[in-house]
Design a binder for this molecule. Sequence first.
Ligand code: GLA
Length: 731
Amino acid sequence: MAIVYEKQGQGEHVFTLHTEHSTYQMKVDGHGYLLHLYYGGKVSGCMDYLLTYYDRGFSGNPAAAGLDRTYSLDTLPQEYPALGTGDFRSSALAVCNGDGSQCCDLKYAGHEVRKGKYGLKGLPAVYAEQGEAETLEIRLRDRVSGVEVALLYGVLEGEDIITRSAVIKNGAGTGITVEKALSGCLDFVAGEYDLIGFHGRHAMERNFQRTAIVHGNQVIGSRRGTSSHQYNPAVIVAEKGAGEDNGSCYGMMFVYSGNFMCEAEMDQFGQTRVMMGLQSEYFRYPLEPGEELVLPEVILGHTDRGLGKLSRMFHGLIRNHICRGKYAGQARPVLLNSWEAAYFDFNADTIVRLAESAAQLGIDMVVMDDGWFGKREDDNSGLGDWQVNERKLGCTLGEMIERVNGCGVKFGIWVEPEMVSEDSDLYREHPDWALKVPGREPVRGRNQLVLDFSREDVREFIFDRICSVLEQGNIEYLKWDMNRSLADVYSARSVQGKVTYDYMVGLYDFLEKLTAKYPDLLIEGCSGGGGRFDAGMLYYTPQIWCSDNTDAVDRLRIQYGTSFLYPISAVGSHVSAVPNHQTGRMTSLHTRGVVAMAGTFGYELDPGKLTDREKEEVKEQVARFKGYADLVREGDYYRLSDPFRDSCGAWMFVSRDGAKALVNVVMLEVHGNMPVTYVRLKGLKPEAVYEDAESRRRYSGAALMNAGLPMPLRMGEYPAYQMELNEVRLS
Ligand code: GLA
């Protein structure tokens, strides 16, 4: 039993959630408040002895406590702290009642334990087989206003994962406004913690940042309408001293692709609170009597075995309980994308030429990126006009796809459905379909506006257009792009304050319909590269273009940060031309190949410009990747270095049974008379003997993990090494 319920005397209830290696516990106390007792390594028994009660000045006492001055919600750990109850720390919930008061005094009103994992109406969420998960629903209620909150907990015992969400219902007789509604709160009564976040910018996403959680409030988040390049909606709370392979750490990942916030705070007594949920700016969600607001899910994971283990827990969870559809657990096609090969300058012959090269090189699919529709010779016009520009292509889309398929190559296409250019027929016809504030000129981003996806009529129109393109031929892949932030958050049709949330629910509705209609279509998410790289999108698109930066050295760092949270199977990664188009840097084709193989793998260049020797190398690379594809996609991933600080970027994949491994190293520094870099391996079986597939040299697992391997000293910048190790079966 993953969920254990225990009634404890007068009105007291203890709820314990056990996973294989962790325990999460909470308790409804005699006053009816739901207190958090514990989250961490597996324990037994009731942890309420951790709660302490002292008369603390200026920490108020709720009426329920009578004259007891030692009972205060300002000092006790809580499951779902609400504004207006005498807890002066940041709250998870802020409600404005019909009378204008801002109070929601939530007390226990019932609970239910169910087999299986709960789902969330209109939102992506972790899924599981009936036997793999259990659900706990705890209902809380404010007696005066009638506002109800159903807290949802999903327990995936075998995955060491707990999920949280909540549904807020207006049980009052008048309208209320939800002003802040976070999904998950973790209160720690003791300990010193660091907050690890992943910040970035366009073309340099998910940089690792570790800072101490100190007194005061540290807030990260997005108010861009997307999860954003700038802050990823996932954090790690690590105990001081916890490192890659040791120590206690907690992951908090938001299953949502829009505005979010994460607040971390150390309170006056050194207690820590970390919360994750919807961004409260641009958010004032009105609920009429009887209406509900479903909050997106937060995934929680704990391990006492360090950041590497936490990453592998998240990787497994996302692969097996977030990503869906035919491709979730299958080899992905190796792609050749036209973007950096041709940008807007192509016709059908160009695409067919790419397909011919792809066929020769063993590449599975050609993707026609931006520029095939409407009037779209650059990025200033045409978005919204999803009609094939047959004049530009020189034939119909169907004819072109037949030629591509005729080469033995699959075909994929790029779209950006959420957008509209002012210079487009769609905008001229429906200027009110874009998000705009009345009486104001909208903010432009990449010279385009955002369509109001909170409106069903807008979505339906675009859906029909996209489907009519998909019907024109054998299209097996769709790159779903989104190239600006939402600024003018105002819908001509919706109640303001709802728009950012309803936009996301609208987008998810669109994607749900699309994936249902085209179950065999592989969709790759994208937002100027990795601006919407989150678990919400991964529910619909099992891979996401990781960054618009294809420079191998920058990618090492971008992919390193990404790997803390998301599986390698989700990371769109391609080999591009040199000098690199984003940085001008030169790296060898081999190095670019090794880096791109830590992802879905593909090419983003014109093979026609390669020398014959390079073509041979690409052919060999593609074949090599295909040999490793299962190991890369499904294997356990280990970070062997920190490319922000170390002299190399190094990582490895190990098969589940520990019998096969692929080690990857890219040297980042070159100096005269340089010291040797040793890379220590991980995840192998210490007692096993492994053979290097190339040199045939044998090593014990223990030797490789304890002493490591010396990297050769080579002239030139950024040499890369890839080593396949196979366990030798000694009879
Ligand atoms: C975004 C994507 C790129 C490419 C362009 C096309 O920037 O991230 O990969 O598709 O749009 O305009």
